[in-house]
Write a protein that binds this ligand. Sequence first.
Ligand SMILES: Cc1cc2nc3c(=O)[nH]c(=O)nc-3n(C[C@H](O)[C@H](O)[C@H](O)COP(=O)(O)OP(=O)(O)OC[C@H]3O[C@@H](n4cnc5c(N)ncnc54)[C@H](O)[C@@H]3O)c2cc1C
Ligand code: SF4
Length: 804
Amino acid sequence: MKKLVMIGNGMAGVRTIEEILKLSPNQFEITIFGQEPHPNYNRIKLSNILQGDTSFEEIIINPLNWYKENNIQLFTGEAVTKIDIAAKKVISDQGREVEYDDLIIATGSNSFILPIPGADKIGVTGFRDIKDCEMMIKSAENYKKAVVIGGGLLGLEAARGLLNLGMQVDVVHLIPSLMERQLDPIASSLLKTELESQGMRFLMEKETVEIIGDERVAGLRFKDGSFARADLVVMAIGIKSNTMVAKESGIYVNRGIVVNDFMETSAPNVYAVGECAEHREIVYGLVAPLYEQGKILAERICGKEAAPYEGSVTGTQLKVAGVDLYSAGEIFEDGTTKSIMVYNEYEGIYKRVLVRDNRIVGIVLYGDTKDSTRLFRMLSKKEDITGISIFESQCSAEGGSGDIASMPNDELVCGCNGVTKGAIVEVIKTQGLTTLDQVSHCTNAGRSCGRCKPMVNDILAYTLGDQFDASAAQKTSICGCTTISREELVAEIKEKGLTSLKEVMNVLEWNNEEGCTKCRPAINYYLGMIHMDEYKDDRDSRLVNEKMHANIQKDGTYSVVPRMYGGVTTAADLKKIAEVAEKYEVPLVKLTGGQRIGLFGVKKEDLPSMWEELDMPSGYAYGKTLRTVKTCVGAQFCRYGTQDSMSLGIELEKKFERLDTPHKVKMGVSACPRNCSEAGIKDIGFVGIDGGWEIYVAGNGGVDLRAGDLLATVKTEADVMEMTGAYLQYYRETANYLERTSKWVERVGLEHVKEVLANAETRKELNERMDQTLKKYIEPWNEAIESEEIKDKYYTKHTVKAGE
Ligand SMILES: Cc1cc2nc3c(=O)[nH]c(=O)nc-3n(C[C@H](O)[C@H](O)[C@H](O)COP(=O)(O)OP(=O)(O)OC[C@H]3O[C@@H](n4cnc5c(N)ncnc54)[C@H](O)[C@@H]3O)c2cc1C
Ligand code: SF4
C-alpha cells in the first residue's frame, strides 16, 4: 500500500482525504498530523460558537472514530517541522519521522497580527481557531470592553459574538466603509446602520499604531493621536498562508505554496491544498474553492483522469443575526460596466448587479438575498442575460418564493460544497430521503456555513409533493452517526427495550459502530432517564468534566468545588478547605457565582486525595445536573424576609443533588421579592411572598439572558418540593440532551408545561419516577476514593515509553 501523509488536519485537507477514500478506499496507508489537539472541526462555525448558538461538540465534522474506522493514523497536537524531500519523510516537533510516497500540505493560514508595539500583550488575539474563541469567551467573563480591529467579515462576526457575550464593542476600521472588498458604499452604509442599532460602535478611518497597557492590554493608540480603551483586542485584519514548513524545506513559496492546476508543488510527490496554497497567484480564503481543489487533488493522487483546476469565483455572506447580505465578483464600476439596481430604502433592501458585455460580473445583495444562487450561477457560467429578468424576488422583505420548479438542475444550491439542485433531487428520489438532515448527510449540502438549508428544504417540498411533511423534514438527527431524531431514539429505546449503548447503535443501525462525542453522552443520558433502576451509567461516554468529576481548566488542570448546601457553610468546613488548599498549593481559591468555594489549578493526580481530605460531597460544579441552590439569608436574619429561604434551599439541594438532567440546572431561593439570590434568572427560582412561594422557571443569567416566567404560586415548602419534582422530571423526560430549561420552555411552551403540571395525578406520577431515579445515585468522589480501579483509570498519570 502507498503511504500518504498529510500535514494539517483542517477543513480543506480532511475533505481531500474524504474524496480520496471515496475514489479509492484501499489505495493508501494514511497518516495525518494536526497541530491543534482536536479532530477536524467546522472552522466556519467558530462565529456561531462565539455568538453562543452552538457548542464545540456540534461543530466537529470528523469525530475521532471516523479516523479509526478509515484506518487513518492521526497525530493531534503535533506539528510537522520539516519535510525531507530527498528522503521522502516528514519530521514532527516530537521527533517522529514518517515516510511518504505522496505528501499533502494543508496547513491553512494564521491570523495576520499587526506588527506594532504591544501586539504581544495579554488580551490581544486573532480569530482563527477554537483556542482564540475560548480566550474571548473567558475574557468576556472578567472584562467589559473589547475592540475589534478590522471591519471585514471576520471582524464583524467576532464583534457580534462579543456583544452577545455582554461586552461593549468598538470596531476599528482603516477606511471609511465596512467590508469594502465585498460591498459598495450603499450596502456598506446599510450594514453599518444595522450593526449600530445592534449596539456595535465604529471608529472609522483609524490606524492603530500601538497597543498599550502593562502586561495586559489597556487600550489602543491611533495615528491621529486619539485613544480607545480596551480590555480585549481582536485583530481581524486578514490571514497569512501558513507556509513555513514548506518554505524551510525548500518548496517554492510566494504568498502561498505555489501549485499548478493539479495542486502539485515544486517538489516531486508533494501537493498543497487549501488556504496555504497559491494557485495562479490567488490564495482563496473560503471553503468552496478549497473543496474544489480537494476534489481535483484527490483524482490526481488516485491516478484518475482529472480536469485541471482553473480557479474559482467566490461568493460571500456575513453570519450575523439580523443581517442578510451576499456579495460575489466585482464590486465597483469601471468604464466597461453598467449597473442594474433596486433600492428600497424604507425596508433596507438593496440589490445591485454589475454587467459587462451582457454578462453579470458582480453581485451585491443586502436585505434580501433570495436571488443569490441564481445570480451566482449566471455569473459563474457567464450566461448572456439579454431578455432575462434579473431580480425575481420582489424588492420587499417578503421576497419571492425561490421557485424551485424553474430552477435548472445544474444550479448550485450549496456553494460551499458544490451541490446542485439536480444532485439533491436525485438522492431524494433514489434513496427515499425525507429530511434535511438525511440530504445533508448524503450530499454534504448544508454541512459548512448552513446558508442553503432553507433552499434544500424547499427542494424536499418540491420533490416529495404531497408526501412532504414539513415538521418531519426539519427534524434533526442527534448526530451524523444516524438519521434518527431525539424523539425517535427515545421511542425506540422504550419500544424495543434497548438497554445499552452498543445495543442502541446496533439495533438502530448507527452508521458508525462506536458512535461519536455527540451521540454517546446523549444516548447514555436517555438510557439512564428511561431505565431508572437498572441502567448502569457508562462513565466513558460522558463529557470529559463529568467523566472526571471535576471541571477541566484551559491549562489542563482541574477545579474542585465541594458541596455547600444552600451556600451555607461552617467554620470546620472552611478550615478543612483552607488546609487542603495550603497543602496542595492550590493556585486560586475563589468564591463562585453560585455561592460556593472553588479550588482552581488542581493536578489530576491530586484529585482523589484532596477529595478524601476534604471529606465533603462533590458540588457537581461540572455536571449536567443540579449545580447550586443560591439562597438569601431570609427570615432567619433579614428583616424583610417572609420565608425561610435557607432551609428551603438546603432541602432542595439535598433532594435533587446528583440528578442527571439534560443540561445544567441552577436554582435560587429568595425570601422576599427583593430577590437577593437572583432567583429570576435561574432555571428554577423561588420567591417568598406573604403566605407562600412564587415559583419562576426558565430563567437564564448566561449568554441567552432570560427572565424566568411565573409557573405557579404555592403555599407550603411541601408544595414547592412537589411542584419542583414534577417540573424537573417533565424536563428530564421531554427535553433534548444539552437543551437548557429556558430553550426547552420556549420550544414546548410555558402554557403547555403549566397545563401538564396542573393535573395532580400527573404530578404524582412524575414525582414517583423522580424518586425512583434519585434512589440510584451514589456520591462520586467517595466512589473514586474507595476504588483503586477508578483511581488508576482516571486519576493516575501513566507514562508510556517510546516503543511500548
Ligand atoms: C471565524 C471564521 C469564520 C469563517 N467563516 C467562513 C464562511 O462563512 N464561509 C467560508 O467559506 N469560509 C469561512 N471561513 C474560512 C474557512 O474556515 C477556511 O477557508 C478553511 O478552514 C480553510 O481550510 P484549510 O484546511 O486550508 O485550513 P484550516 O482549516 O485552518 O486547517 C489547517 C490546519 O493545519 C494545522 N497546521 C498548520 N501547520 C501545521 C503543521 N506544521 N503541522 C500540523 N498541522 C498544522 C492548523 O493547526 C490547522 O488545524 C471562516 C474562518 C474563520 C476563522
Ligand atoms: S431577598 Fe428579601 S429576605 Fe432575602 S435577603 Fe434579600 S431582602 Fe432579605
